[in-house]
Design a protein around this ligand. Structure first.
Ligand SMILES: [Zn+2]
Length: 70
């Protein structure tokens, strides 16, 4: 006897194959971006980031280009 529970497989929220955080629309992404940029600490290099629409999941992502030099 195997006990089976009604457990739907897979997360309900749409996720992107890229593994990035997905936002439902541009406003949500821009808001998140603003929050990140607001957390600007002194002595830290500014992280350039922008929002873009993903063709894979039809959602919005944040992209940030960090300088890899120390
Ligand atoms: Zn995506």
């Amino acid at each position: 006897m195997s006990r089976r529970r009604a457990r739907p497989r897979g997360p309900r929220r749409a996720s992107c194959p890229s593994g990035k955080v997905r936002f439902r629309d541009r406003i949500a992404a821009t808001l998140a971006l603003a929050t990140i940029q607001h957390d600007d600490r002194p002595g830290r290099p500014k992280v350039e980031a922008r929002v873009y629409r993903c063709p894979s999941c039809a959602g919005w992502h944040l992209t940030s280009s960090r300088p890899l030099r120390r």
